[in-house]
Ligand binder design. Structure first.
Ligand SMILES: Nc1ncnc2c1ncn2[C@@H]1O[C@H](COP(=O)(O)OP(=O)(O)OP(=O)(O)O)[C@@H](O)[C@H]1O
Ligand SMILES: [Mg+2]
Length: 282
């Protein structure tokens, strides 16, 4: 992205741009890093006898504030890409820069720190602790954080539960909540470290369509009102239509990257059909 392009609409200047301007440097010729930059990212799972090429050269950028869906047939590499973006897993080769830090050369501890600072996760299966209340579940990621008192922790958890519409369910255990409410607790938990990026892998996979719409509405608010960058893996066109950009994977590669749901759906159908035709080498 070039600075000159990004501010044609009169958006506020970044700190860096203002500094450059003060120094009399023309910022239009300086390239600013995107939030996420993947360059030729590959992931090979080595199972001894066989090697699984889960990502085969993914190159893409995601800017701060985007709302992106990752789609594609089963096994196309969506979760692998998400785990890579989320610094849970390291690519076999290529470059992944998150907020200007190269993730590929980091060790596990460094990746964990980066992840805690920037990223919240939401999963299909909610991953809540059953014997604890909604508040305790939301507080959990902060339990060992230094410099925050238990009072402040609780205050922040309550605020987030209210934010996701569960102010009247603070002391309920997961088994006393509906699926959609459990997922909203999980979303509140993912926000406790004030991440700038929220990543969700099939967040509505266990929800009915009405509840799923409620969760998508919450995502839209988080993206539009709180400027959280959202990356959502989904099979569901009704979920993807809420995002502003759809990246389609097939066989570990990006085959479509478009704001147009119809175009994305077409690419997925083509990929699924090709997957059904046995290749001549097989
Ligand atoms: N830990 C692993 N070890 C070996 N192979 C793996 C591992 N995880 C994923 N794979 C393989 O990598 C490929 C991509 O898997 P991935 O889970 O990323 O697909 P996906 O697009 O998320 O699929 P789904 O829609 O079914 O969740 C698949 O062929 C899968 O079998
Ligand atoms: Mg998956």
């Amino acid at each position: 992205m070039f600075v000159g392009d990004s501010h044609s609409g009169g958006a506020p200047k970044s700190w860096l741009e203002s500094r450059l301007e003060a120094l009399g440097i023309n910022s239009t010729i300086i390239e600013i890093m995107a939030l996420i930059e993947l360059d030729d990212v590959r992931k090979v799972y080595d199972l001894g006898e066989i090697q699984v090429h889960a990502l085969r050269g993914v190159t893409l950028n995601i800017e701060q504030g985007e709302y992106v869906s990752l789609m594609g047939p089963s096994g196309s590499g969506k979760s692998t890409l998400m785990n890579t973006l989320g610094c849970l897993d390291r690519p076999s080769s290529g470059s992944y820069r998150l907020e200007d830090s190269e993730v590929v050369s980091m060790n596990q501890d460094q990746r964990a720190k980066l992840r805690n600072r920037h990223i919240g996760f939401v999963f299909q299966s909610f991953n809540l602790l059953n014997r604890t209340t909604a508040i305790e579940n939301v507080e959990l990621p902060l339990l060992y954080a230094k410099g925050i008192s238990s009072r402040d922790r609780k205050k922040r958890a309550i605020h987030l539960l209210e934010r996701v519409g569960l102010g009247d369910r603070l002391d309920h255990h997961p088994s006393q909540l509906s699926g959609g409410q459990q997922q909203r607790v999980a979303i509140a938990r993912s926000l406790i470290n004030q991440p700038s990026i929220l990543m969700a892998d099939e967040p509505t996979g266990n929800l009915d369509s009405k509840t799923s719409r409620e969760v998508m509405e919450l995502f839209r608010e988080l993206n539009e009102e709180e400027k959280i960058t959202l990356i959502v893996v989904t099979h569901d066109a009704a979920v993807a239509k809420h995002s502003k950009r759809i990246i389609v994977l097939r066989d570990g590669k990006v085959v479509e990257d478009t704001p147009d749901l119809a175009q994305a759906t077409q690419a997925i159908q083509a990929a699924e059909q090709e997957d059904m035709i046995p290749s001549s080498e097989a």
